[in-house]
Design a protein around this ligand. Structure first.
Ligand code: FES
Ligand code: FES
Length: 183
């Protein structure tokens, strides 16, 4: 059997980053105005984790599969690994750190705690942010099939779906009909 000798990989061009330049972005994160100079290729999830040190938003796949990175962008759930931070100029972003108010857990967080809707907890921030978005769109009276269907973009590798679904339904009921409420 012959093995072809691997060609040495070309060294990355030292000017690749330099030529990309930088850009300024201003947005409101969890109610706080922030402005930063960033590489235009920076993903929102990396901006939040590395620039803003908001590490509650997780990276599980980086390929838009797992939902660990879900945040709210102008009130709608997005997978922040698929969004360029530079495209969020002027936007409002809410992360898991922004849900609790005045030291009190958000009803959806409280429901996950109450129903033990987590095991390792890695998927939990994305699950909760997605769940709040479901309630904002569909109201607080959610049946099991709807919750399971709506959460299909969120993967729990601990497979704790039974308790997660129970937590989302309970949190939804506690939130009530928030479809008109602004974040
Ligand atoms: Fe964004 Fe998995 S890290 S979907
Ligand atoms: Fe571990 Fe969901 S609780 S990945």
């Amino acid at each position: 059997m012959f093995f072809r000798k691997k060609e040495p990989e070309a060294a990355p061009s030292p000017s690749a980053t330099d030529t990309a330049g930088s850009t300024s972005v201003s947005l409101v994160v969890n109610g706080k105005s922030v402005t930063a100079t960033i590489d235009p290729r920076t993903l929102l999830v990396n901006f939040l984790r590395e620039n803003q040190r908001l590490t509650g938003t997780h990276v599980g796949c980086d390929t838009s599969q797992c939902g660990a990175c879900v945040v709210h962008l102008d009130g709608r759930a997005v997978k922040s690994c698929t969004v360029l931070a530079a495209s969020c100029d002027g936007a409002k972003v809410t992360t898991i750190e922004g849900l609790a108010k005045d030291g009190k857990l958000h009803p959806m967080q409280e429901a996950f705690r109450e129903h033990h809707g987590l095991q390792c907890g890695f998927c939990t921030p994305g699950m909760i942010m997605a769940a709040v978005d479901i309630v904002n769109r569909k109201g607080g009276n959610l049946d099991e099939a709807t919750v399971r269907h709506e959460l299909e973009g969120n993967i729990c590798r601990c497979t704790g779906y039974h308790n997660i679904v129970a937590a989302v339904r309970s949190g939804a009921a506690a939130m009530g009909d928030t479809r008109q409420a602004a974040e």
